[in-house]
Design a protein around this ligand. Structure first.
Ligand code: SF4
Length: 386
């Protein structure tokens, strides 16, 4: 195959038409040194611009409950098998969740994502979550995404009725590679959850973690499976090596490889909200801003247990590259707000401190002295763990 101008043009035109490259071409996009990065990024950007313009959807994660998970996902600091030094706590109170939603809204978040450790929620927990979602929706015009673990039709219907817009449940890797990253549930379990979400009318958010020892073919398989499932939102995470996790060392990730992955995901899922998710700062390094050409979505404020770039730096990066924020606020308003309220966040990579968040960062709506009390009242019985 010749990788001349017509090759890149064809990728753009096919993407705009909603067609995906075949699996072999996708692998070549990741591997072939003859496929140059800049024309590839430009081809992906043309598709991104066609469907999403210059907008960047900014998401903020709320780690609504942390740790004590009985599952053994090898990449996760909350897994029972992880020795990572995280700050476990039970389900946050309704007031705490609502206050953090307010802060997220006023920080320009388009979408507020509530994530819960564990295998799947009990009915009692689902009802509590539904109540929290209703309160947020009554107070702030935020899109709500929840990540509650494995679900069936009854559970996804409860969330839909409460006003949840989207359900996140990542495939994380291919079916073939899945047994190497988790032994307590299966890839099929994850697909069943996504299908239940779809049947209940929830938008589907599902993505991958790149860098867990998978082959390029696995990265392509996930992209193509997400297309067949019609995922409307796709987070592409790059493994953050957390000390104490079973999977500490990311495999063969370079900035250019990460960008190729994002471009390939854009071509395979041209209309999806494609997010440069966890690990983009550490793996893309000086090329982080280039992720905005294939991707139209970012996390602000770091990830579940690890820090990301400071809000101000991320907002400034978006502005400097000529993109706009998808929000009720302009990027300038958000930057002004950041300047007024100096954040406690610390950029990773400054050579100081841990990549893990502190308890204050995980629970900004609570005074540290109140947390022990709150945890006592919100702690759940072992049977209530997902
Ligand atoms: S089920 Fe979720 S919280 Fe539990 S170990 Fe897996 S990824 Fe982590």
């Amino acid at each position: 195959m010749a990788f001349d101008r017509s090759f890149y043009l064809n990728l753009t035109e096919s993407g705009i038409a909603g067609d995906a490259p075949d699996a072999d071409t996708c692998v070549q996009l990741l591997q072939s040194p003859e496929i140059e990065l800049l024309p590839l990024l430009d081809a992906a950007f043309q598709v991104r611009r066609h469907f999403h313009g210059h907008e960047v959807a900014v998401h903020i994660l709320n780690n609504a409950q942390n740790g004590h998970c009985p599952e053994d996902c090898h990449y996760c600091a909350q897994a029972r098998t992880s020795k990572a030094d995280i700050e476990p706590y039970g389900l946050k109170s309704d007031d705490e969740v609502l206050e953090e939603a307010r802060v997220a809204y006023e920080s320009g978040a388009y979408r507020y994502c509530m994530v819960f450790a564990g295998r799947g929620p009990s009915k009692q927990r689902l009802e509590r979550l539904a109540r929290q979602v209703r309160k947020i929706k009554q107070n702030y015009p935020l899109q709500i995404c929840v990540s509650p673990g494995l679900m069936d039709d009854e559970g996804t219907s409860i969330l839909k009725d409460a006003g949840v817009d989207r359900l996140n449940h990542n495939l994380n890797t291919s079916e073939r590679h899945y047994p190497k990253i988790c032994t307590t549930h299966t890839y099929a379990d994850r697909v069943r959850t996504l299908e239940a979400a779809k049947r209940s009318g929830l938008q589907m958010c599902s993505g991958i973690i790149v860098g867990m020892g998978e082959a390029d073919e696995d990265v392509v398989d996930v992209a193509r499976t997400l297309r067949s499932l019609e995922a409307s939102s796709i987070p592409v995470n790059f493994l953050v090596p957390i000390p104490g996790n079973q999977l500490e060392q990311p495999a063969r990730l370079s900035p250019t490889y990460c960008l190729r992955v994002l471009c390939m995901y854009r071509f395979v899922n041209p209309q999806a909200e494609l997010r440069a998710a966890a690990g983009r700062e550490g793996h893309l390094r000086s090329m982080e801003v280039m992720a905005l050409y294939p991707a139209n979505s970012l996390f602000l404020d770091g990830y579940l247990n690890t820090r990301g770039g400071s809000r101000e730096r991320v907002l400034q990066m978006i502005k400097d590259a000529g993109f706009e924020i998808k929000s009720s606020f302009s990027v300038d308003e958000m930057l002004d707000q950041e300047a007024q309220h100096a954040s406690f966040q610390v950029d990773p990579g400054d050579g100081q401190g841990s990549i893990l968040k502190t308890l204050e960062e995980l629970r900004p709506a609570n005074q540290a002295s109140d947390i022990a009390t709150a945890d006592q009242s919100s702690a759940t019985a072992p049977s209530d763990r997902k």
